[in-house]
Design a protein around this ligand. Sequence first.
Ligand code: S3P
Length: 190
Amino acid sequence: MEKIEIIRSDLLELSKPLVLVGLMGAGKTAIGKRLALRLNLPFTDVDQEIEMAAGCTVVDFFEKYGEAEFRHGERRVLSRLLCEGAGILATGGGAFMDAGTRTEILGQGISIWLKADIETLWKRVCRRETRPLLKTSSPRQTLSQLLVKRYPVYAGADITVISKDSSLESTVDDVLANVAAILDERRHGQ
Ligand code: S3P
């Protein structure tokens, strides 16, 4: 069997999703969609699910109800998605920071931290107005403060992969190689 087919059938058998975590701009959605195509598994963007459930954008949600309410909704939506079995989930950058959500992700899924440096992240987020947490007087500084605070927590994910700026497909290859290794370890009970 080919590597991709082994990963796919292991994930289906374990009924576990791959859960992408990492800071805004790490490429969770872009990599997630490509992973889903390669593995022929469904892709879900958690922020989009929250937007659909709430009937408004994440920016509007933060404005209307605040961050604490958003985290609450995020946790509820993720709890549901984590039970849906094999698939690819792209989480919002704060999801893994919530202790309860993190415990559920670690218990139910295989978590992958897409790690990127501040230049890469900033280049990807600076032209968009879709991130409520970056609506500050110095968004780049805010992003780098989030990086300092969050990276030690993201490091608790099952797998860490560097999100390269050069090629999405080679980052996808790295993710697949790491997932294959972890599944292999689990299969052999290590
Ligand atoms: C957030 C990241 C966003 C979104 C919300 C909060 C965060 O998702 O969930 O704005 O706390 O880092 P992306 O990481 O997909 O931008």
